[in-house]
Design a protein around this ligand. Sequence first.
Ligand SMILES: NC(=O)c1ccc[n+]([C@@H]2O[C@H](COP(=O)([O-])OP(=O)(O)OC[C@H]3O[C@@H](n4cnc5c(N)ncnc54)[C@H](O)[C@@H]3O)[C@@H](O)[C@H]2O)c1
Length: 263
Amino acid sequence: MGVPVNDRRPATPRTAIVTGGGGALGSAIGHRLAQDGVTVVLADIDLDAAERAAAEPAPGSGGALLARHVDMADPASVRRLADEAAAELGGINVIVNNAAIQRRGGLRDARAADWDAALAVNLRGPALLCAAAVPYWERQAGGSVVNIASRVWLSGGPPVYVAAKAGLVGLTRSLATELGPLGVTANAVAPGFVPTEFTRAGRDAAELAELAERNRRITPLDRVTEPADVANAVAFLASAQARCITGEILHVCGGAQLAPLPG
Ligand SMILES: NC(=O)c1ccc[n+]([C@@H]2O[C@H](COP(=O)([O-])OP(=O)(O)OC[C@H]3O[C@@H](n4cnc5c(N)ncnc54)[C@H](O)[C@@H]3O)[C@@H](O)[C@H]2O)c1
């Protein structure tokens, strides 16, 4: 038997694209990968946020952080990101699909436009970004995809957001089967509640504190997940140490995936 193609990829990846790289988790993931010596493109619809994240000091960092614009809802913008990053960095090793938008209402509140917007950013964009990377993965020795899902894919909850995240889990499994022969692993990291702009938006401080407390109560490890917890899981799945892991969903939420969503 020959050497599996993903055994020929470097022990640490050299280049990565992290979408939503201007946000809390995206920035933490980018800095964590850079610590491993990876050159990371932080891509975001909010270029200023990505630039601020890229400029943050990274203690002990070996890799560089670059900021680029992308609108994950726009197929042309997604393709441009892949092609320009590959040209600039000499290839793409890792894609972290982390950008997402939130839609909180119930079924009766969700308009067609809400479905279209969330599915475009949270599901179609990640699929198109991976498709755009295929020619580069074909030319090099494999790569990896880490999709940032959410533990709500199991519990249910606001239907637009949950359906998009459950779809991302399904996409992860499809990518694992289709891209495996190219030496590309595809896994998902599913965080629980992390206090960030994403969870803060539309809530006042008291509501947010109450939500954090309700989440803590249903979390077996009795702790709140931090961006660094998510970033460490992503760095592992992107590394050669995870070369034989694909199609998996790694919950990073202190065990909260075992509980129903707090009301
Ligand atoms: N914070 C949580 O509690 C939590 C829990 C589970 C899963 N997640 C997931 O983690 C990921 C990151 O969340 P976060 O908490 O860091 O949120 P965040 O709001 O801090 O970051 C999200 C980033 O995505 C960017 N973005 C939005 N639309 C975009 C588009 N069309 N194109 C490109 N970029 C776009 C935003 O500008 C922002 O910088 C999301 O996928 C989210 O669903 C978060």
